[in-house]
Design a protein around this ligand. Structure first.
Ligand SMILES: [Zn+2]
Length: 386
């Protein structure tokens, strides 16, 4: 009987300690056992790569969406069972792309919660899935297909309670309109849930230890969410300098999802969405550049499933972040250590012994070219080699 399940040999990068060394990593029983300079013993599988990192974490995906030009049209044309099957397929694709944890921020019928549970219990392969299920929105607000329409403080509190009962790991709210979702009656710049409603949601969620992730494109809605004390700002396209500085003071993390907006602005998404994206994409890029120079905690979310953004697309988001001011190391830190801490699972963002064995190997060194993250050669999740 070999002593270990898996031995990984190559450069190990640990974002927590910021060091990179040629080492052996020993894995047994789903956990990292040791890191050593010397060959530690026999293993069932021995794998090598140029660089090993902790498993990648995509902080914003939609497993039910197919990443074509118009994923809402696909949803409309199919049954819940068909959508569920695709969500399972998309989860597998994420894992095959080296993404070992995703945060799913919006699914019809709470499908992502069910898929996450099936993955956790080993019935289907996929990344660890932290899911919001449905989202909280105003009447006819952003993303109506998976929103719980909640007008007024009581309705907002009720929605949090319902989502908690449905097994949500995180509460997702729409603080503004969006660029994609419905062609009529939606303005990405307009605030939707009010400051009082957002505050009630945060209070209620915090009572149950649930974090709040906020879709926020327009300036006023971003400010409302920050004042309400949410945990993460998603998109933040039209954030002003004052609010950006406040993120740092209030320790709110920023998940820009830059790639998807560039893609909708330039790609073949529906015309209304392209027009909306063109209105926000330049300022969005400036906000990300500023955030990269300040002490804002940055996350990496691809919004995979959205128009022209298939599963997985985290590597494309990392590329956009590097093109707009982040170093390769900062981008990889956003997708590992910072994300793990934000999820309250810091052991997922390190290669330290006694942590869960989520380890990704790359032959094309992502520190030389971040594009290397698109083709992982070794994928280990929970100590299993895929
Ligand atoms: Zn989204």
């Amino acid at each position: 009987m070999p002593e270990f399940d898996i031995l990984c040999h190559g450069d190990l990068w640990d974002p927590v300690h910021g060091r990179r060394n040629d080492r052996w990593l020993a894995i047994q029983g789903g956990r990292i056992i040791s890191e050593s300079e010397e060959h530690p013993g026999e293993a069932r599988d021995t794998v090598t790569a140029t660089l090993f990192t902790p498993g990648l974490i995509d902080m914003h995906v939609h497993l039910v969406w197919d990443g074509t030009d118009d994923p809402v049209a696909t949803l409309t044309d199919e049954t819940e069972s068909e959508t569920t099957i695709r969500a399972i397929e998309n989860a597998r694709k994420q894992l095959e792309g080296g993404v070992t944890t995703v945060r799913d921020l919006g699914s019809t019928d709470d499908i992502a919660i069910a898929v996450g549970r099936a993955i956790r219990t080993g019935r289907v392969p996929g990344p660890r899935t932290i899911a919001s299920g449905r989202t909280i929105i105003i009447s006819d607000g952003h993303d109506p297909f998976w929103g719980i329409e909640s007008d007024g403080i009581d309705a907002c509190r009720r929605a949090v309670r319902k989502l908690r009962g449905a097994g949500a790991d995180v509460i997702k709210v729409s603080a503004t309109g969006g660029v994609y979702g419905q062609a009529i009656g939606e303005d990405p710049g307009a605030a939707e849930l009010s400051r009082a409603e957002l505050t009630a949601i945060v209070e209620e969620a915090n009572r149950f230890d649930l974090p709040v992730a906020t879709h926020a494109v327009g300036t006023d809605g971003i400010r409302n969410a920050v004042v309400a004390g949410v945990d993460t700002i998603e998109h933040g396209n039209l954030m002003d300098d004052e609010t950006l500085a406040q993120l740092e003071d209030e320790d709110i993390a920023y998940d820009p999802t830059l790639f998807v907006y560039q893609e909708i602005a330039s790609g073949s998404a529906p015309e209304y969405a392209r027009t909306n994206a063109l209105r926000v994409v330049d300022q969005h890029t400036e906000v990300v550049k500023k955030a990269s120079r300040e002490n804002v905690r940055l996350l990496a979310g691809s919004d995979a499933g959205s128009p022209n953004t298939p599963h997985p697309s985290l590597h494309r988001e990392l590329q956009s972040l590097v093109e707009n001011g982040l170093s390769e190391e900062a981008a990889l830190t956003a997708a590992t250590h910072t994300a793990a801490e934000e999820l309250g699972r810091s052991s997922l963002g390190t290669l330290d012994p006694e942590t869960p064995a989520d380890v990704i190997g790359f032959d094309d060194d992502p520190f030389v070219d971040i594009e290397g993250t698109s083709s992982p050669s070794i994928i280990v999740k929970d100590g299993a080699l895929y």
